[in-house]
Design a protein around this ligand. Structure first.
Ligand SMILES: [Fe+2]
Length: 447
């Protein structure tokens, strides 16, 4: 890559940012600078799909050129990135003048930093420039809620890349799965509680994160190795990637599909595997999960022409997670199963659709009343199961929501439940019969 061209782009970018102190975004002087910047980036992007600009230990680089020697524009950009808690930008082929303008405007406004800056860029419709937020070493970032949110963002980005016909990067996905795998061991109840949050407007990508979280719970229950756990989590995250290549009308169609539509849906594991094959650092076992997640234990299901290639036990674990999340999610044609009903359904299809031993291990790990169950106590109070002790599933934390006469409490309170105490759980209650959504009652700030 031509160093002079790189210097030119850095020069123009620094000048454009400075220029905004004097001129508005739509001033002819700014418009000229945006054009010059766009032309410079175009020529760099002629032979590449994307150009990275960023900081390496405080020094600016563009692709493989590090600005070691004094170059004032590079110093200015390095300082600017640092001040905005960013480590760089990625410019993608096809970027528009409008996207450059929005970037400049956001930099100039200086109102947001780090991940907020990256999010603002995205929310303003900029798809071909990504801002990379500096890693926040805050311990808080390893909290379940933050990790879950990060996973949603990672999947969102991967989906955007696939929609644009690009091969997504696996780096962030691998990183976030590692964090989720750790949390599945240290705080399994929190991760399962988070997986109950279903964002119906963004079903496919919420479902991807939830299947990843539940897959990790299944894997942990089946005592897989740490390495396998990460493979399983990544497979869960990417399992439905191929759906992005299927007509959205079919994917979101409420109610029963026609035979032709179902045939179209059946192509998604294969499409997903095609994308995975091109991604770096994604193992063939992850690919098996993607390709085989609709192949049942008895090898009915689809795609039939690949049954011989699917040999990893992790595929069977991901299939359990996929089934469990689908069952516990509200659809236009299905009220969500309560956790206990979902368990009963898993039992029904155990040995035919799903691996019997893995189903048993998973069910045992959830306990009689899994996290997210609404239960009636023998004094007629109704409470939400917020935590199940993984070592002894009889020890559970309950949040009492309704008093014995059926009144919804203004201030729900916690009780630690164990078999030795006088209260007993007598049954599960369907949240819909009480007109509530259990996820409203998880203390998300504590997760
Ligand atoms: Fe699927």
């Amino acid at each position: 890559m031509n160093v002079e061209e790189i210097k030119q782009v850095v020069q123009v970018l620094a000048a454009a940012i400075k220029g905004l102190r004097l001129y508005a975004v739509d001033h002819p002087a700014t418009v000229r600078q945006v054009e010059a910047l766009q032309n410079g980036l175009f020529s760099l992007l002629q032979h590449k799909k994307q150009i990275s600009m960023g900081l390496l230990e405080g020094t600016l680089f563009v692709e493989d050129h590090l600005f070691m020697q004094e170059f004032p524009a590079a110093n200015e950009l390095a300082k600017l990135l640092e001040s905005r808690d960013l480590t760089g930008f990625e410019f993608l082929a096809g970027l528009s003048a409008k996207e450059i303008q929005t970037l400049l405007y956001l930099i100039h406004a200086g109102e947001c930093k780090g991940q907020d800056f990256a999010d603002a860029l995205k929310s303003q419709g900029v798809k071909r420039i990504h801002a990379v937020a500096a890693e926040d070493e805050d311990e808080d970032d390893q909290k379940p809620r933050k990790v879950y949110r990060k996973a949603l963002k990672v999947v969102d980005q991967i989906f955007q890349d696939v929609r644009m016909g690009e091969i997504p990067s696996s780096t962030e996905a691998i990183k976030v799965v590692k964090s989720m795998a750790q949390l599945t061991i240290t705080e399994p109840h929190a991760m399962l509680a988070l997986s109950m949050l279903k964002d119906y407007d963004n079903y496919t990508f919420t479902h991807s994160v939830n299947v990843s979280v539940i897959s990790l719970a299944v894997g942990r229950a089946c005592k897989v190795t740490d390495e396998q756990l990460k493979t399983l989590g990544l497979g869960g995250l990417l399992h439905d990637l191929g759906k992005l290549r299927i007509d959205i009308e079919i994917i979101t169609k409420p109610g029963k599909l026609t035979d032709a539509e179902f045939e179209a849906i059946k192509a998604h594991p294969g499409f997903g595997a095609d994308i995975i094959r091109e991604m770096e650092d994604v193992t063939s076992e992850v690919m098996q999960i993607v390709l085989g997640h609709h192949l049942r234990y008895d090898r009915s299901g689809y795609p039939q022409d690949h049954t011989g290639a699917i040999v990893s036990p992790l595929v069977e674990m991901a299939a359990i997670a996929d089934a469990y999340d689908a069952m516990t999610t509200l659809r236009s044609y299905q009220r969500p199963f309560t956790p206990r009903n979902a368990i009963a359904r898993l039992r029904e299809v155990s040995g035919s659709f799903l691996h019997p031993d893995f189903v048993t291990s998973f069910i045992n790990s959830l306990g009689a009343y899994p996290v997210g169950s609404l239960v009636r106590l023998d004094n007629n109070m109704i409470a939400l199961v917020t935590k199940v002790d993984p070592k002894d599933t009889n020890l559970i934390d309950l949040k009492v929501l309704f008093d014995p006469d059926g009144t919804l409490l203004a201030d729900p309170y916690m009780i630690h439940f164990h078999p030795g105490q006088p209260l007993r759980i007598v049954s599960e209650v369907d949240p819909h019969s009480r007109g509530i959504d259990v996820t409203d009652f998880f203390d998300l700030d504590a997760l």
